[in-house]
Design a protein around this ligand. Structure first.
Ligand SMILES: CC(C)(COP(=O)(O)OP(=O)(O)OC[C@H]1O[C@@H](n2cnc3c(N)ncnc32)[C@H](O)[C@@H]1OP(=O)(O)O)[C@@H](O)C(=O)NCCC(=O)NCCS
Length: 166
């Protein structure tokens, strides 16, 4: 069960090997597939090899977002360049609309900034995904030009250290 209570306290738990199946199930939920960059589900073998490789990579943090102790979604930081990360986030549908995503973005980016591991965060958001654009904006991200390196139809949003947006 993945529903979180309405008054949620958000924590980030580093992804563990045991989370592999839960994340596979989340990733292939229709609402997540629809909003993903590829727009396609993943198969188990591909997921397994990706997850094993990715979870073991200490340089690229990946978290389970927990709200009041319930697993609510995933927050991932993929290295793009020196001290620059691409941010990916999704919540299961039952946990959306309560500020959990914004709190997770603030906590995750804040943690990497405080640890001195990052100074720039980028997100590629489907132009029509207004809930996500609002959430990233509330977490301090801003739309940027030019749109590259995001796929067509996506908006590139950036957060930099000190709130100086690239
Ligand atoms: C995008 C996401 C991380 C935002 O986190 P969140 O905790 O839901 O963010 P908020 O609660 O601050 O909601 C942001 C806005 O989106 C709206 N919203 C959130 N979920 C919604 C939903 N399922 N349907 C319609 N609107 C929704 C909220 O009402 C709010 O708008 P408002 O200020 O006009 O009321 C989360 O909604 C999510 O994971 N969605 C599905 C996957 C996704 O889009 N991932 C991002 C891909 S780039």
């Amino acid at each position: 069960m993945t529903a979180a209570p309405a008054t949620a306290h958000v924590t980030l738990r580093p992804m563990a090997a045991d989370d592999c199946e839960m994340v596979f199930t989340w990733r292939n939920r229709p609402e997540i597939v629809r909003l993903s960059s590829s727009g396609r589900p993943v198969d188990w073998e591909d997921h397994l090899s990706w997850f094993r490789r990715r979870a073991a990579d200490g340089t690229q943090p990946m978290f389970v977002i927990e709200a009041a102790g319930w697993p609510a979604g995933q927050l991932r930081f993929d290295a793009e360049a020196d001290r620059a990360y691409r941010v990916t986030i999704y919540l299961v549908a039952e946990s959306t609309g309560r500020g959990i995503g914004v709190a997770a973005l603030r906590a995750g980016c804040g943690r990497l900034l405080a640890e001195g591991r990052a100074d720039t965060f980028t997100a590629c958001v489907q132009a029509g995904n207004l809930p996500s654009r609002k959430a990233f904006a509330r977490a301090g991200f801003r739309d940027t030009e030019p749109p590259a390196p995001c796929p067509g139809g996506h908006v590139r949003m950036v957060l930099t250290a000190g709130g100086a947006h690239a």
